[in-house]
Design a protein around this ligand. Structure first.
Ligand SMILES: NC(=O)c1ccc[n+]([C@@H]2O[C@H](COP(=O)([O-])OP(=O)(O)OC[C@H]3O[C@@H](n4cnc5c(N)ncnc54)[C@H](OP(=O)(O)O)[C@@H]3O)[C@@H](O)[C@H]2O)c1
Length: 259
């Protein structure tokens, strides 16, 4: 029997990379995607992974055409994936009064449109086969809007809502959709945060829990469970209380000069 195939974006760093390692350990074949393909290649070699089980693709998720091309090449060479994980994402502080609108555009293009483009590249083949799982990496930040973090929070709220809609669309075609909302995970993305990060997880610990959640057939989960409890409470919290709770909280760093 051929090993199952997982296609993962954001595989050059952090959560995507840890998930790639976890799926590899479980015997899967991998299609790994990021702009820094070389970084992935070097990592694969450094880990001593069997190269014949891993295909590496360079693509920018903001370029729909490049993702569609990756999907086409991957499906032609290795077949339709059993699991597609849209892990590519960026997080940058945002201030509406400053010149940050380009930052918002970049965040939406990467986190939201990039995810839809990733699924778009693989879904038709999965639907034809009638099996498969699409995994969207959302965030706890998508549960409520955090001051100074409006672009990222709203992008992740969009991810959560988009995945929910997609779940309903894919159901009749045998394709599952899973939303995974990480709390804090120690990766380059969070390394610059100046505020305390409760329940901070090691990426490998996160990947282990996410792998089990995806395999268990769940459609939505927050990892770690402490954050799941917090997410439920935050949803119930009335606005005046929420606003007071957040007042004075250190903000996500903005970029010095917009790119
Ligand atoms: N770390 C956390 O605490 C946390 C919490 C909640 C949610 N998340 C989410 O988890 C996901 C992964 O985050 P992380 O912490 O692992 O961050 P990370 O270490 O910075 O990794 C981000 C990954 O996304 C890829 N990426 C970014 N922009 C891309 C683009 N335009 N095209 C293709 N790939 C792109 C990067 O690859 P290249 O730069 O090589 O392209 C990299 O592999 C993100 O969606 C993030 O929002 C993280």
């Amino acid at each position: 029997v051929t090993a199952r195939l997982a296609a993962i974006t954001g595989a050059s760093s952090g959560i995507g990379q840890a998930l790639a390692a976890r799926y590899y350990r479980a015997g899967w074949r991998l299609a790994l995607v990021a702009r820094r393909a070389r970084q992935i290649e070097e990592w694969v070699v450094a880990r001593g992974f069997d190269r014949s089980r891993i295909a590496v693709y360079a693509a920018d998720v903001r370029q729909v055409d490049s993702l569609v091309e990756v999907g086409r090449a991957c499906i032609a060479a290795h077949g339709a994936p059993d699991v597609v994980i849209a892990g590519a994402g960026i997080s940058i502080g945002f201030d509406t009064a400053e010149h940050d609108l380009e930052v918002m555009r970049r965040i939406y293009e990467t986190n939201v449109l990039g995810m839809a483009a990733t699924f778009h590249a693989f879904l038709p083949a999965m639907r034809t086969r009638g099996t498969g799982t699409l995994v969207g990496i959302g965030s706890m930040a998508g549960i409520r809007g955090l001051p100074g973090h409006g672009a990222y929070c709203s992008s992740k709220a969009a991810v959560i809502s988009y995945c929910e809609a997609l779940r309903g669309e894919c159901r009749a075609h045998g394709v599952r959709v899973v939303t995974i909302n990480p709390g804090y995970v120690a990766t380059p993305l969070t390394a610059k945060n100046r505020y305390p990060m409760p329940f901070l997880l090691d990426p490998d610990v996160f990947a282990e829990r996410a792998y089990r959640a995806i395999e268990s057939g769940t459609s939505y989960c927050v990892i770690p469970w402490q954050m799941a409890v917090l997410a439920k409470l935050l949803r119930l919290l009335p606005d005046p209380l929420f606003d007071r709770l957040l007042a004075g909280r250190p903000r996500k760093h903005r970029e010095e000069a917009p790119q």
